[in-house]
Design a protein around this ligand. Structure first.
Ligand code: DGL
Length: 277
């Protein structure tokens, strides 16, 4: 491949919808020089209550699209897609179809931070039903420290709350309290926000759990983790384009994607509609 093309590679960010744009914003803030492609599968979101098999199929299609558009590295910003699907993609799909390319997730970076942060070894996780059911966070945390005790809570109402901009309403605070109280009762000192959307609720969550519980929000740790990943993978890093561009793709074109996406990204975004198959 001519050098000219090799220099144009992108970092891809895949999410079921637009929650991952919050993660993208923080990544771009920390690493502004690279070129990014964001894909949100909004036509088929939310993934959180779907079957593992279907999530695998959807994620594979998203990964294919981003690779074909010129990504060499993809971050699955979606926790639900990262839970069981990521291992399957890394261990089976990539070696067969894209041996030179990489897909990484958001679970391990968050688990690493939580394992470092906890003092009493009691860690709470809030996530979608699928992510909780997969036990992926629990598995990673126990790998990092077999002594940790992990308490999980599926919070299916939080994604729609964020998508409808209801984070400050009284009802939301009551819902958050009912999700968080059982975890607080277990004596956790660290809480992982294991879903793209939950970072948006960080302030409300912190005020319910109190300052003694350390919150691990993926959007706050990923740019640091990506920087260290790229330093360890010069074969990927050397081919990345550095024009500071960000392009957005979505499988459905809605006003909501543009308005909420722009809000999450902190500036007006332009989105191109695509089909996945
Ligand atoms: N992106 C998903 C996640 O992080 C939340 C939205 C969904 O359920 O698709 O788990």
């Amino acid at each position: 491949m001519p050098t000219k093309n090799r220099k144009k590679k992108f970092i891809g960010i895949f999410d079921s919808g637009f929650g991952g744009i919050d993660i993208l914003r923080k990544i771009v803030k920390g690493l502004p020089d690279y070129n990014y492609l964001y894909l949100g599968d909004t036509a088929r979101a939310p993934y959180g209550s779907r079957s593992e098999k279907l999530i695998y199929e959807f994620t594979k299609q998203g990964v294919d699209f981003l690779f074909k558009e010129g990504c060499d590295l993809i971050i699955l910003a979606c926790n639900t897609a990262s839970s069981d699907t990521l291992r399957e993609i890394q261990q089976k799909y990539l070696p067969k179809h894209y041996p030179q390319k990489k897909v990484i997730g958001v679970l391990i970076p968050a688990a690493e931070e939580a394992a470092k942060a906890t003092l009493n070894k009691k860690i709470g996780i809030i996530a979608t039903e699928r992510t909780v059911h997969s036990n992926a966070f629990k598995r990673e945390l126990i790998k990092l420290n077999p002594k940790v005790k992990v308490f999980q809570k599926a919070c299916p109402l939080l994604v729609p709350i964020v998508e409808y901009g209801e984070q400050k309403s009284k009802a939301t605070i009551l819902i958050l309290e009912s999700y968080l109280k059982p975890l607080i009762k277990k004596g956790i000192d660290t809480l992982i926000l294991g879903c793209t959307h939950y970072g948006i609720l960080e302030k409300e969550i912190q005020s319910i759990v109190g300052v003694k519980i350390k919150i691990i929000s993926e959007s706050n740790i990923l740019s640091k983790k990506l920087k260290s990943y790229l330093a360890r993978h010069p074969e990927i890093e050397k081919n990345l384009g550095r024009n500071g561009t960000v392009n957005f793709f979505s499988t459905d074109m809605t006003d909501k994607f543009i308005s909420l996406g722009s809000k999450f990204f902190g500036q007006k975004i332009k989105v191109k509609k695509i089909f996945l198959k």
